[in-house]
Design a protein around this ligand. Structure first.
Ligand SMILES: [Zn+2]
Length: 161
């Protein structure tokens, strides 16, 4: 599975909920981990492989592989944190994004088992970034219009190289 890069309309569409926890879902999740590992990512959302479904996976240092199906953000901290983010759909582009420092999320795993997770630091960051993908929102939408314009210009130069 190839990772879709910026410009593909699937990245700006709101993804649909998963209705069947079947073999196709398990296959999708396995392929997403493969694609993420191939590009050395720590998080990947289904729209990034061209599948408009509410699924994302994470694998951050010190934490194992996690699968989030039909996730709901149930709490975010008022405290914000700044961190330099990248996105596999914008290869080579990095900039600082402010997001809540902690997040509480409810989701299902690929087998349909419900769970609740409270995350902080890098895992919270990745969850919020990937959740945005399911809403059709990208990390360039989380910065000021001026910085967004500059980031996009820089990205266009990067992809021409
Ligand atoms: Zn991303």
């Amino acid at each position: 599975m190839d990772i879709v890069t910026y410009g593909d309309p699937v990245l700006e569409k709101k993804a649909l909920p998963v209705t069947e926890f079947d073999e196709n879902l398990k296959l999708l999740v396995a392929e997403m981990f493969d694609a993420m590992h191939h590009d050395r990512g720590i998080g990947l959302a289904a729209p990034q492989v061209g599948v408009s479904l509410r699924v994302f996976v994470t694998e951050t240092e010190g934490d194992g592989q996690r699968v989030f199906v039909n996730p709901e953000i149930i709490m975010t901290s008022p405290e914000l944190a700044e961190y330099e983010e990248g996105c596999l759909s914008f290869p080579g582009l990095y900039f600082t994004v402010k997001r809540p420092a902690t997040v509480k999320v409810q989701a299902f795993n690929e087998k349909g088992k419900a769970f609740t997770l409270e995350a902080e630091d890098l895992l919270a960051r990745v969850i919020l970034h990937e959740f945005d993908h399911l809403e059709g929102k990208l990390f360039i939408d989380r910065i000021s219009p001026f910085k967004r314009g500059r980031a996009l210009l820089h990205f266009q130069k990067l992809i021409k190289m």
